[in-house]
Design a protein around this ligand. Structure first.
Ligand code: MSP
Length: 752
């Protein structure tokens, strides 16, 4: 059986996980479920990164020993994943799950729960073995790759990374704080020796770093030359001991990255246990290892990690991961989440608030996060957006379709799936079958090549749009065939059976396809359809039309997605978030507010966000502040007012950048508006532009445009716009014509 090993980063447990951290885990869970439904043997790992100065300091501030502190905080992660419907097996069974009670000292295989999320933590004694083993192998197999040297440099304690060599004062380019000067003798890893091997890896295996634009960043970084890196610390106590040198501990990233191996049994046995040898194999077509992570930690995964492995396992390319995929960040309504601002979004109160209305909070959150933006790019979280998506796609879309179809089967066919006429199901003229075959199977779960679909390419938003297009087609089919009218005429009984059989069959296909994203809600509808198999055990290759057994007795139909009233739901979300914050405060939030760790921790979603993006330039909302306003017919003015002259300084206040349109889609319910994601070099911006009547969204993708980047963010039809696309206003109707370039211009170039 083909294997698939997927990992999330291991999280720092000094901050409670928020929606941003939950995002990576949810995405990986979707992928793990999808791969299982494609017939793969899947291992899925997460965990906590428990060493380092920051943890040591947080523990001290909390008046606890580091080990007490991390053990307590680790539980919050386990609890959250379980609350999000992802059962967890903690490595070694020291928590509530895993091998506890089996008599084994440590266990990498989740007992009885092979499909659960494996959870590794770096203070487990097995992990120490793994890290030391990797180092010893590197020393043995690549002589000279580890050497002792004197390091002097600027180091950011908060982000645990070297900022610059030498003693010149410098601020951390991530958190902006002054970096500390350190000087110590420690062990170095000869990263410089890996430049060519890494470049060759990126060339030969373009799938190694994804998406492509991130691969290009990594390539230019490596081409620019690599410096050796220090991989041990003298000053730190809270770390894994360096073999044969009690004065040193391992650098946290060497320690953390190796956890991907420990988590599946690397420490056990000579070369890892059976599980490890099964999953840790990069053999295209047979066995894949995929690391999913945020864009901020790409360099560690795409440069350091393969080099560490190459040093320990030279000439064993199957030991390298298959893919390192860097996704974007989640912002809160275009703004940074920051504890001091009190706008960090946590998943628990969202799930609880939606649950309190009888809506499946977990599934709604998962659907929203995956559907909202193309995977890989930054996206903005908003409560309004969540409710809007829920109502339009889940309550009105899938939920409404399921209830209608199943209610009609109950009413017209004594609660049993009707028998279609013999030739009907296979008939190429069967409207839904014809729609489903090329569009759905090819796009989402190609039944021949099974895994070659949009899910597989991590195009989650596209995959969901494809599935929802089928939902719309079924709706349209029902409107066209009017089963409620057919039901009035006994002569049309067979036609009625054909129509409702088709609708049920389409629903079956839709539930299978949507299951990885919404495991609970789809499983509930599955039961209502009278299915007694587990939906998660269905395979993507059983999407062949006509597999629903006629005569199946339906279950009781209960609406799974009740409609949410916006104002009441927003109030409930606020109320639950507030109660959650108060609970945090009562329990003594483990990050002291004055330390503002959230602002600078790698968990902060803001880190590379250019500060100028938030500088308010205009003091009032002038028409220019509107992102490419929808053109209004203008009355010709007989005497245009004389133009007001501005100084060059005034003009210089406007920051205009070259950007590339990465995605474009219509804003639901607004005929004039398009939502665009524009790459301006340093980041990808979401902008709403009033050009929908003049530009087809698909045609804009890849187009170079000019973006005013320092306008105050504003909302159009509830969608955040963070900038304005520059367009000429042509003719009496003010037709917008986008400004673009004849020559190749790099993203982010400033217009002066
Ligand atoms: N401990 C390291 C990872 C070591 S992996 C061998 C670390 N931890 S972290 O807790 O700071 O971040 C974990 C992951 O969460 C990163 O991939 C980071 O990008 C992601 N996110 C943190 N905040 C996020 C958002 N606001 N949005 C999306 N992902 C975010 O780095």
């Amino acid at each position: 059986m083909r294997t698939f090993y997927i990992t999330t980063p291991i999280y720092y447990p000094n901050a409670r996980p928020h929606v941003g951290s939950a995002y990576t885990t949810i995405v990986c869970d979707v992928l793990a479920r999808y791969k299982r439904m494609c017939g793969y043997d899947v291992a899925f790992l997460t965990g906590t990164d428990e060493h380092g100065e920051k943890l040591e300091r947080s523990a001290e501030a909390a008046g606890q020993s580091p080990s007490q502190f991390v053990a307590e905080k680790r539980k919050l992660f386990v609890q959250l994943w379980e609350k999000l419907g992802i059962p967890v097996s903690v490595y070694g069974g020291t928590a509530t799950h895993g091998c506890a009670g089996t008599g084994k000292s440590a266990c990498a295989t989740p007992d009885g729960k092979p499909d659960s999320l494996r959870f590794i933590y770096t203070t487990h004694p097995d992990h120490e073995k793994s890290v030391q083993r990797m180092l010893r192998l590197a020393q043995k197999n690549s002589p000279g790759v580890i050497y002792k040297g004197q390091y002097q440099g600027r180091y950011c304690v908060s982000d645990e990374r070297y900022i610059a060599d030498g003693s010149d004062p410098v601020n951390c380019d991530i958190c902006g704080r002054p970096a500390e000067l350190i000087s110590e003798e420690n062990y170095f890893f000869k990263l410089s020796a890996f430049q060519n091997r890494l470049l060759e890896l990126y060339e030969k295996h373009p799938e190694f770093v994804q998406p492509e634009y991130r691969r290009n960043e990594v390539k230019s970084f490596v081409k620019g030359g690599l410096r050796d890196i220090s991989v041990s610390r003298k000053r730190l106590k809270w770390g894994i001991p360096w073999p044969d040198d009690p004065e040193q501990v391992f650098y946290v990233w060497y320690d953390a990255l190796t956890s991907y191996m420990t988590g599946i049994g690397y420490a056990q046995g000579e070369n890892g246990n059976e599980e490890f040898r099964k999953y840790w194999r990069n053999k295209p077509g047979e066995s894949e290892i995929v690391h999913m992570l945020g864009k901020d930690i790409l360099r560690f995964h795409a440069v350091y990690w393969p080099a560490f492995i190459m040093a320990a396992y030279p000439d064993q390319p199957e030991m390298l991961p298959s893919t390192v995929f860097a996704h974007g960040w989640i912002y809160y309504e275009q703004d940074k989440m920051s504890k001091s601002k009190g706008n960090v979004v946590y998943p628990e109160p969202i799930v609880d608030a939606l649950d309190s209305f009888g809506a499946p909070g977990n599934d709604a959150l998962r659907y929203y996060l995956l559907r909202e933006a193309p995977f890989g790019q930054d996206t903005s979280f908003s409560y309004e957006g969540l409710i809007q998506r829920y109502n339009s796609d889940l309550a009105n879309g899938l939920g409404n379709l399921a209830s209608r179809v199943l209610a009609m089967v109950h009413q017209y066919f004594e609660s049993r799936v009707p028998q279609p006429s013999p030739s009907h199901s296979d008939s190429p003229a069967n409207a839904l079958r014809t729609v489903a075959r090329p569009n759905i199977w090819a796009a989402v779960g190609n039944q021949d090549a099974r895994e070659l679909g949009q899910y597989n390419e991590l195009k989650f938003s596209d995959a969901l749009q494809t599935i929802w297009r089928l939902i719309s087609r079924v709706d349209a089919y029902l409107v066209q065939r009017k089963p409620w009218v057919l039901a009035r005429n006994p002569d049309q009984r067979q036609e009625l059976a054909d129509v409702l059989y088709d609708a049920c069959e389409a629903l079956r296909v839709i539930l299978i396809l949507a299951h990885p994203v919404m495991p609970n809600a789809t499983a509930q509808i599955w039961v209502q359809m009278g299915q007694n198999t587990l939906l998660g055990e269905q395979q993507f290759d059983c999407l062949d039309w006509g597999q629903l057994a006629p005569g199946t007795a339906l279950g009781r139909v209960v609406g799974v997605f009740p409609r949410l009233e916006t104002a009441t739901t927003l109030a409930k979300l606020d109320e639950f978030a507030e109660a959650d914050r108060n609970r945090d405060t009562r329990m003594g939030a483990f990050i002291k507010p004055e330390a503002k760790v959230d602002d600078r921790s790698p968990q902060s979603p803001v880190r590379n966000k250019p500060k100028e993006a938030f500088i308010p330039v205009q003091t009032e909302k002038t028409p220019e502040a509107t992102p490419t306003p929808a053109p209004e017919p203008r009355a010709p003015s007989p005497q245009p007012p004389p133009p007001t002259l501005i100084s060059i300084e005034d003009f210089a206040k406007v920051d205009m950048r070259v950007g590339e349109v990465k995605s474009a889609e219509r804003v639901p319910g607004a005929t004039k508006l398009l939502k665009l994601l524009v790459d301006i070099g340093s980041e990808v911006r979401q902008v709403v532009a009033g050009i929908a009547e003049y530009y087809e969204p698909e045609k804009l993708i890849g187009m170079k445009v000019v973006l005013v980047t320092n306008l105050q963010p504003r909302k159009l039809r509830g969608v955040e716009s963070n900038g304005m696309i520059v367009a000429a206003s042509v003719g009496e109707q003010g037709r917008p014509v986008l400004v673009t370039f004849k020559e190749e211009v790099e993203n982010g170039a400033r217009l002066k």
